[in-house]
Design a protein around this ligand. Sequence first.
Ligand SMILES: Cc1cc2nc3c(=O)[nH]c(=O)nc-3n(C[C@H](O)[C@H](O)[C@H](O)COP(=O)(O)OP(=O)(O)OC[C@H]3O[C@@H](n4cnc5c(N)ncnc54)[C@H](O)[C@@H]3O)c2cc1C
Length: 476
Amino acid sequence: MNRRVVIIGAGIGGLTSAIRLAQCGWRVTIVEARSHAGGLAAGFDLEGFRFDAGPYVLLDRLGLDWAFQQLGIVLDRALELKRIPEIYQVSDGSTPPVSIYDSGARTAAEFETRWPGSGEHYRCFIDRMDATYQRLQPMQWTSHPRLLDIVRHGAWRDVPFMLRSLAAVLKSSRLPEAVVQALGIWTHVAGQLADTAPSPLALVTSVIHRVGACYPHGGIGMIPEVLFNAATLAGVDFRWGTKVRRICCTNRAVTGVEVDTETLAADAVVSNAGLATYSTLLDENGQAALSARTRRYFARLPLQSPGVCAYLAVKGQPKPPYLRFRLLNELDGCRLLITPGVIDSSLEKNGWYPARLIAPMAHHRAESGGLAGQSDFLHRVVEKERWWRDLFDDVRVLQTRIPNAWGRHFNLHQNSMNPVMTSRFMLTGRVAHRSPWIRNLYVAGSATHPGQWVSFCAVSGILAANRLLADVGVRK
Ligand SMILES: Cc1cc2nc3c(=O)[nH]c(=O)nc-3n(C[C@H](O)[C@H](O)[C@H](O)COP(=O)(O)OP(=O)(O)OC[C@H]3O[C@@H](n4cnc5c(N)ncnc54)[C@H](O)[C@@H]3O)c2cc1C
């Protein structure tokens, strides 16, 4: 009789785990609280437009390719990925914006015109980051890189790099401050500070120039759609609209999960529910298996809020770039305007295009401000800020989301999408794919990987499944 695994959640990590295990002969049931797959990466329809709920760009095509390969899916056949020529612009509102293009040469040439000498500094920085990326890349596809892996791939040379902060690495580039801000934008939009952010975020620009920043035709939501179809084909059973209330444990081992009306027995459980796995889902036997220190550790991890978001219809075809970042002061952080119509003109409906506005919000600020504070912030961004409205002839706000709504709609632990990716958390504290405390419990998804991107979540699901398979003696 085949072994049975229950997977909590049909986010990207849950889906890739499910496919991998089903392909290896396990009986797989995904229990999903929502009515469909994809979690934060799902797409949805609004007034005739297709929107992505959360993600807006694929920055790590190679990672997604690796994950798909493990599942026997050919990425280029499954999805039509478009490279984005004019990717992003960062403006502080007072000086001309800094632009990052697909082409490194074009980007460097623009820097050179504005800041003589900086073109060469940029080329050197990108070459250095590229070499580091090549050595570190295989580590992303390993559950827990060992010393041997680090030596084999030459990544020992990058240990000092890994121990530095993003701010320190960017400073070493000798590039003008405006360029440094533009290269570190991925940490600003995550509502984080460059001083505590992990150095690998400095690799993003070299990846953009070498591999490209991509957008799948039909939106990022096409990625979970492809995975859902593959899961169905592999025989995965889905239980929609069903919330797991408890992970049941006996003698420090998982025995199944409790849902509304019954207990589903399982030989193993893979949780795609992030920190909730340990904080709220374990039953009292499971909780007893965690030391007070471990419980404290999880309780104290700084959390990342999804921030506030407005789904828009804008009049007239938007002009490049695809992403417009606006850097405000330290207190107000950053904003992002996303215009998929720049890449795909077929999104037009009677002269209107979909667009999206995102503003990060610190988790502690969102929680302490409550509904009123979150709504005030959203109101200020959407109704009072002119910089993005002035780009269009007309704008309609179709829907908005504040952190509490993200939490409710996507079943997020404490209205947070994952722990903040600080350098410390990345190096030491990521949630392990195989639970060190409870046998037959595995975790997949954004809390387990060095980054929270869709591609990393896809990889994490494979790694969690591989851990499980290795534990029962199946060769990968
Ligand atoms: C605003 C925003 C912008 C982003 N931008 C990007 C981007 O540009 N590029 C990028 O790559 N990534 C981006 N991301 C990150 C990316 O979307 C997420 O990290 C990723 O989708 C998370 O996948 P996951 O596997 O961790 O699962 P999740 O998406 O968190 O899904 C978990 C699933 O588990 C279900 N679940 C939870 N608890 C239970 C329970 N008890 N019982 C049953 N089901 C349960 C949930 O309903 C959900 O469907 C963004 C995210 C947000 C919010």
